[in-house]
Ligand binder design. Structure first.
Ligand SMILES: Nc1ncnc2c1ncn2[C@@H]1O[C@H](COP(=O)(O)OP(=O)(O)OP(=O)(O)O)[C@@H](O)[C@H]1O
Length: 294
């Protein structure tokens, strides 16, 4: 199975949200990483066929996804960023309702609903109204509905938003267990959500994929550029402002600094093993919070 993006572009008035993206995806887990507004949601909506590209196209094994219509939707599971839950439905009713919209046979829908509520740890809440659910529970229900038709292409837009750390860890395991013969795409701006489960990371900035590869391939690009040292507030103030500070941990008067810089930022600095967060922060350094700059 090959899902191909060919010069995929979406323009809203004078804003280009997705800019001539070319990419080919095969079975596996893909993590779309990008800051807010990078274009992840718009790209995913085009992959789902719910937003029409301004130019370019999405093809599945050579066929245009919009022209495929229902044949494409049958293969697709989607969790949008803002899901319209009906608050007066119970979790079970909601699943059965979505199953009916997807055209699943009632007997299969019932069996699948049971399995998926178990998988997402919602069996005990199947008869509770969605209005009583926490954000994390709603998110789990959203993941469950996306899996109803056992999709070959699963697209999850910020699936871990609202999940607590334990739920995040469970979610990662669940997604890892699903991947084998599917294309799973999940977007996030939280590096740890995808660092350990994605086969490939695609970093999106200003409507384009600016980097893609395995975690190892990506972190190798800043090999030798990550530094750690003990420093003081005063030394930090004199630090070149172009240096990307990944972390500054205050321990009394001492500060434990981690930074990305092509050259040694301080006399005492020693090289450290790069990780994906170092790379992400260095790539988005021009967009991060002013308070992180030095
Ligand atoms: N319907 C629309 N009309 C006008 N501009 C839009 C529309 N949808 C998205 N945009 C703009 O396109 C750009 C990309 O937005 P998009 O939601 O795809 O980014 P994102 O990476 O998903 O961000 P977030 O993580 O905040 O959802 C943003 O500048 C956004 O304001």
């Amino acid at each position: 199975m090959k899902l191909t993006m060919e010069r995929l572009t979406k323009q809203f008035k004078n804003k280009i949200a997705v800019d001539r993206v070319n990419m080919e995806l095969e079975e596996g887990i893909y993590g779309f990483l990008g800051a807010n507004g990078a274009g992840k949601t718009t790209l995913m909506q085009m992959l789902c066929g719910i937003v029409t590209p301004t130019s370019g196209e999405v093809r599945l094994d050579g066929r245009n996804n919009i022209e495929m219509g229902e044949d494409y939707r049958d293969l697709l599971g989607y969790l949008p960023q803002e899901f319209g839950y009906s608050p007066s439905f119970t979790a079970q009713d909601f699943m059965l309702y979505i199953a009916a919209v997807k055209g699943l046979l009632p007997s299969y829908a019932k069996k699948r609903t049971k399995e998926l509520l178990e998988l997402t740890h919602l069996s005990g809440d199947a008869d509770r109204k969605i209005r009583t659910f926490s954000g994390g529970m709603k998110q789990r229900l959203g993941i469950a509905q996306a899996l109803l038709n056992d999709p070959r292409i699963l697209i999850l837009d910020e699936p871990t938003a609202g999940l607590d750390p334990k739920e995040r860890a469970y979610f990662r395991n669940m997604i890892s267990g699903l991947s084998k013969d599917r294309i799973v795409i999940l977007s996030t701006h939280i590096v740890s959500d995808v660092e350990y489960i994605a086969d490939k990371i695609l970093i999106m900035k200003k409507g384009r994929f600016i980097m893609n590869g395995t975690v190892t391939e990506l972190t190798e690009t800043i090999s030798g550029e990550v530094w750690e040292c003990e420093t003081t507030e005063r030394e930090l103030e004199n630090l070149d402002r172009s240096i990307c500070v990944v972390n500054s941990h205050h321990q009394g008067k001492q500060i434990r600094l981690r930074a990305v810089s092509p050259t040694k930022p301080m006399e005492a600095a020693v090289r450290a093993e790069p990780n994906l967060e170092d790379l992400y922060l260095s790539v988005f350094y021009d967009e991060v919070d002013e308070r992180r700059r030095w």
